[in-house]
Design a protein around this ligand. Structure first.
Ligand code: ADQ
Length: 480
């Protein structure tokens, strides 16, 4: 792992995120999968400090993160808090609301009360960590903890605080449906920097501030929000990325090479289409399956010349909407295979419902001819960045079908962009990607891999920490 080269190099960082980054795997404690942990690994490797997060109910977690100077500060949640704060307010109110309400957000007073209570616990623990590291930058993450910046600010007026939102910010009209819309905005505005993946999300946030809080005397000036007490909160656009060097290096590992060879053998003579997602209703998995079904319906030859492999990481299966989604996906897979499997031939749709190691994933990425990334809405989407990086490193010529409703589409316009709400249109886009000439595929792949290589997660981390430190120092200077 490459060290970060920020001028803030050795400054302590207190990361505050819903989950601690370890979970118990087959071989003991391992780094947990998922976008946020992947993104924060470089911070943890390069900086001393602490990580505040829920322990997920596990016992005996190490007190420091292996190979780092980061203490792990576990928060224990009661069963009622898990139900109301985590499954309820975070995952059944804020997640769907911030994802354009594509599933209807549920509003419950008791969930909101639990959210505030748990945010207070996180803020208190972060402050205890700041007592140990008085010059630390506090970096709060995501929609679970939107009240935390202001709670810390109340206690530590001069602390540099950053907040990063890993999901979209919807239009002000959708955000306005939230009964606690003002409180959440004030919670976020406790930070010195509030950052988003795209300009669109950032503008939506600024417009929500004006719409909900203008009566307070708050003003938006350029990218800043000037609060009634004169303090300025900076908003920033900072598209998150991956550790491109590390993903590229997987392609040369013997275990990965063996995995690629096995997959190439298994799918020999077929064009391999791949999907890889957390099993989430935002990811457009059903639309993708329906589009593949249309393709097979239209072109009988494809029933034996194409295979679609969907990898799904189990996710939030204690939330009703997620359990339902799993059932629907499995029904579609069964129906499509029932309709189109040819006697004596392999099934057209393969479905794996399990978590994989990054190396196993890399083998799938390298072996796939086309990656289908078709979310209905997605803050960024790291899977497509991982795919182009591994393909390029493995000398492949894979094509990427990418939903225009992802943050990644802003950075990767060379992909075959698609609108997953139009299922028939999506099926034509997949066809188009399959038919792309090798030269065109290679050219697009090289441009996308270069974008990810230059704008990797190390650059993201150092940019964010430098900005938070600078804005924090400026705000503290203004108060003196
Ligand atoms: P997620 O919704 O989790 O992240 P994404 O960015 O695609 O979505 O990250 C998923 C991660 O899971 C990837 O790093 C991928 O390697 C991994 N993964 C996929 N399939 C897997 C499998 N079968 N087993 C194990 N791991 C697997 C949220 C937001 C995104 C945003 C990130 C980071 O919803 O929009 O990009 O945070 O900010």
């Amino acid at each position: 792992m490459r060290a970060s080269v920020t001028p803030e190099d050795d400054r302590p960082v207190i990361a505050v995120a819903n989950r601690l980054p370890l979970h118990r795997g087959e071989d003991g404690w391992e780094l947990a999968p998922g976008g946020l942990v992947t993104a924060l690994r470089p911070v943890m490797a390069a900086h001393p400090g602490a990580w505040v997060g829920w322990d997920g109910g596990t016992k005996g977690m190490p007190t420091t993160l292996p190979d780092s100077r980061v203490s792990l500060l576990p928060i224990a949640l009661s069963a009622a808090q898990v139900r109301d704060y985590y499954r309820g307010f975070a995952n059944a109110t804020m997640w769907p609301l911030l994802h354009n309400a594509i599933e209807k957000p549920r509003f419950e007073r008791s969930w909101w009360n639990a959210y505030q209570e748990v945010n207070r616990v996180f803020a208190d623990r972060a402050q205890a960590a700041a007592d140990e590291h008085p010059d630390a930058i506090t970096w709060v993450h995501d929609y679970h903890l939107m009240m935390v910046p202001q709670l810390i600010r109340n206690q530590r007026p001069e602390a540099p605080i950053g907040f990063f939102l890993h999901v979209p910010w919807p239009s002000p009209d959708i955000y306005a449906r939230l009964p606690w819309r003002e409180q959440i905005l004030w919670g976020l505005l406790g930070a010195d920097v509030v950052a988003f993946h795209t300009d669109d999300y950032r503008y939506n946030f600024l417009r929500s501030c004006v719409r909900q809080l203008a009566d307070s005397g708050l003003e938006v000036r350029g990218s800043g929000v000037v609060l009634p007490d004169g303090r300025t909160v900076t908003t920033a656009t900072a598209p998150i990325s991956i550790d491109a060097g590390e993903f590229a290096s997987f392609a040369a590992e013997p275990e990965v090479k063996d995995g690629i060879a096995a997959l190439e053998d298994q799918f020999a003579g077929r064009v391999l289409l791949l999907g890889a997602d957390r099993l989430d209703y935002t990811k457009g998995i059903i639309e993708r399956l329906l589009a593949v079904e249309m393709l097979l319906e239209r072109d009988p030859e494809m029933r034996t010349s194409v295979a679609f492999l969907q990898l799904a990481v189990p996710s939030r299966d204690d939330v009703r909407e997620y359990r339902q989604l799993r059932g629907i996906v499995e029904q579609h897979v069964g129906r499509i295979n029932g309709r189109f499997t040819q006697p004596g031939s392999d099934v057209p749709v393969h479905y794996l419902y399990r978590g994989l190691s990054p190396q196993q994933l890399a083998a799938y990425y390298a072996a796939a001819d086309v990656l289908l990334v078709t979310p209905l809405i997605d803050g960024m989407n790291l899977v497509c960045k991982e795919y182009v990086t591994v393909q390029q490193a493995a000398g492949g010529s894979g094509a990427l079908v990418l939903s225009e409703f992802t943050g990644a589409a802003v950075e990767l316009p060379q992909a075959v962009l698609c609108n997953p709400f139009d299922v028939e249109g999506l099926s034509y886009r997949i066809e188009q990607a399959i038919a792309l000439k090798p030269d065109a595929r290679r050219k697009a792949l090289a441009a996308m891999a270069e974008q990810v290589r230059v704008h990797d997660v190390h650059a993201w981390v150092s940019g964010q920490l430098t900005l938070i430190a600078a804005r924090g120092a400026a705000a503290a200077g203004n108060r003196r």
